[in-house]
Design a protein around this ligand. Structure first.
Ligand code: DX5
Ligand code: ZN
Length: 228
């Protein structure tokens, strides 16, 4: 997990949302062989977002298949009580949306007490100021650059300002939390988010919709590193 914190940043995390779920194990292996240093799993409940994807049993299956760290991005109503289950299932990062939380501090500390990193996600309409009071209680912030719910949407440029703001705060408070970004990342948009300060960069269709995962990942990582 330390590698996700500092030395190797920025890291590009493939989002499994668009993988072939009939061959989940093979897809995980293929992504690792392509050089993925971590993976991003989108848990959606059909309430917080319109789509229903998968939950604990699939995350557990990915945990068994993967050797790299996994981030579980929970797009669910009230993740307060269920987030801990993903930490117990071996998620290295459990990311919860601030918009869905009732007991933010308690939930973050329950995740971290389990040995996982707790990250807070913010949807496009949620300002950075909403997570500011919790920055010392979490290990990262995930800035959504699309409305959560679906892969393959267009990148919203308003995310760049938020990443920059978080980067300024990170420098000023001396707490080295991760800054993530998720949604619409492509060879056209990745340089701008890396330059703004993002270090955990999620990419779904830009990798999973390409025939050569390794080439797609390498190209994204090269562009991200160059613009740091
Ligand atoms: C969207 C999900 C994203 C999504 C990214 O709600 O949180 O992780 O899979 O897919 P792309 O990169 O295609 O926008
Ligand atoms: Zn996601």
């Amino acid at each position: 997990m330390e590698s996700l914190q500092s030395a190797d940043r920025p890291i590009v995390l493939p989002a499994l949302l668009l993988c072939d779920f009939g061959h989940l194990n093979d897809e995980v292996k293929r992504l690792e062989a392509a050089g993925a240093k971590a993976m991003h799993l989108d848990v959606m409940d059909g309430l917080f977002v319109p789509q229903l994807t998968y939950g604990l049993v699939v995350v557990e299956a990915v945990r068994r298949a993967a050797t790299v760290p996994i981030e579980v991005h929970m797009m669910v109503e009230r993740p307060d009580d269920t987030a801990i289950q993903y930490a117990k299932a071996g998620a290295d990062i459990v990311t919860v949306h601030i918009e869905g939380l009732a007991k933010t501090k308690e939930t973050l500390s329950a995740i971290e007490a389990e040995g996982s990193q707790a990250h807070l996600a913010i949807s496009p309409n949620t300002p950075v100021s909403q997570v500011e009071p919790f920055l010392n209680s979490c290990s990262g912030v995930l800035v959504m650059s699309v409305e959560p719910g679906f892969g393959g949407q267009a990148f919203q440029t308003s995310a760049i300002d938020k990443i920059q703001k978080l980067e300024e705060i990170r420098a000023s408070i001396g707490h080295d939390f991760c800054i993530g970004v998720d949604g619409g990342i492509s060879t056209k948009t990745i340089a701008s988010v890396a330059q703004a300060g993002a270090d955990l960069i999620v990419a779904g269709s830009a990798i999973l919709r390409q025939t050569d995962y390794a080439e797609a990942l390498r190209e994204l990582e090269t562009l991200a590193r160059k613009s740091k």
